[in-house]
Design a protein around this ligand. Structure first.
Ligand code: ATP
Ligand code: MG
Ligand code: MG
Length: 357
């Protein structure tokens, strides 16, 4: 390939470009909303990928998405709509949280009858970081927002033990490779921290790989895909899929000899793809709505990725990857973060420590 164009230029696009450098891959993230001075200088042998699930129509997004080498072009629309995504999981018989479309025939009452006291409504499109969700609670007599009809699905509230995700990749010739499962902590719908690998999760690895293989083969997908799951006892239920590099795979930048960004590029460009070797156990802490703090750089085992975005409450502005070469080093870093980070970080930091006791 001459160039790999990326539809979207957020942090995922930036990290894809960064990962392409040592492979001499010319990765070009594109701000699709930029006023197009002219058409992008794309060639027939170039490759196009996306770092987002959905995009508004613009001159640039059309040029990118209509390129004949837009890999997985048919997948994005299908996964970007929760109705078609959940339908796909059902068709492939991959376990997922019980659900239905909120069409004209359903009422709050029928939803509570089917799913119980708590029902989670999710907008079909556009939701991320827990936005576009609405809890129906029988006890509080909450109702379906009028403009959510046919625009949302209803899901059973899953009383999960924990949340895990699997990041894997499929090659052009249909081979799949995977990272070890990642343990994730979400707070108010947004990923706060991840730990991987975790020895006790190895028991779920084969089942998770089976599920994601089925999905990637079913879609004839090429590149990196992430599968978010709920662990309920000894079962995994898929929460949602992301046809791209994923926040819960950021730890691979510090932990693996091929990180998820390079793995995606290798798969797209039809370069050698092998199972990534894990060098370190890692902890990833998302930096959300916090100002840049140069003290982070003084943490012995931390790698900072700062996205250089305007800081706003609830916005992901960076992440820290802490490699766990010795538990004491991690404990020291977490103790410092407990002093430096705002109150909403205390629970996630305690959660991290809890997994090393
Ligand atoms: P992302 O930023 O990961 O794309 P999202 O906005 O698309 O998030 P989900 O991943 O569907 O939304 O949900 C966000 C979080 O809300 C989940 O990680 C989980 O903590 C919680 N959640 C989602 N669905 C359910 C459910 N059916 N039962 C209980 N909790 C749920
Ligand atoms: Mg999502
Ligand atoms: Mg999610």
């Amino acid at each position: 390939a001459n160039a790999i164009w990326v539809l979207g230029n957020g942090q995922l696009g930036a990290m894809l470009a960064h990962a392409g450098k040592p492979l001499a891959l010319d990765v070009k993230p594109i701000d699709i909303m930029a006023p197009p001075a002219e058409q992008l200088p794309m060639q027939a042998s170039d490759i196009v990928t996306a770092e987002r699930e959905q995009w508004p129509e613009s001159a640039l997004s059309l040029q990118l998405s209509q390129h004949p080498q837009f890999i997985n072009s048919s997948v994005f629309g299908r996964l970007a709509d929760r109705f078609t995504q959940k339908s796909l999981l059902d068709e492939l018989k991959v376990a997922t949280a019980p659900w239905q479309l909120v069409d004209d025939s359903v009422s709050e009452q029928t939803l509570h009858q089917t799913y119980g006291d708590r029902v989670l409504l999710k907008r079909r499109t556009g939701g991320y970081d827990g936005r576009g969700q609405h809890w129906l609670k029988q006890a509080e007599a909450t109702s379906i927002p009028a403009d959510w009809r046919n625009e949302a699905i209803a899901e059973q509230a899953i009383n999960f033990d924990e949340e895990v995700s699997l990041v894997g990749a499929r090659t052009h010739d249909g081979r799949c490779v995977f990272y070890p499962l990642t343990l994730n902590l979400h707070q108010d719908g947004i990923l706060m921290a991840s730990i991987a690998p975790l020895p006790r999760l190895a028991a779920f690895q084969a089942e998770a790989e089976q599920m994601l293989s089925t999905i990637m083969h079913g879609l004839e997908y090429v590149g990196v895909m992430a599968m978010e799951c709920f662990r309920v006892g000894d079962k995994l239920l898929v929460n949602e899929l992301a046809p791209r590099v994923h926040n819960s795979g950021h730890w691979t930048q510090a932990g693996c000899h091929i990180d998820q960004f390079q793995l995606h590029l290798r798969a797209l460009a039809d370069l050698a793809v092998m199972t990534p070797q894990v060098n370190f156990q890692c902890v990833m802490v998302n930096l959300i709505g916090v100002d840049y703090d140069a003290r982070w750089l003084s943490l012995q085992n931390a790698e900072l990725f700062w996205y250089d975005k305007e800081v706003r409450p609830g916005r992901k502005v960076g992440h820290l990857n802490l490699s766990v070469t010795e538990p004491q080093l991690l404990a020291d870093s977490i103790a410092k973060l407990q002093q430096w980070m705002p109150s909403q970080y205390q629970a996630p930091l305690a959660w991290i420590l809890q997994h090393y006791q």
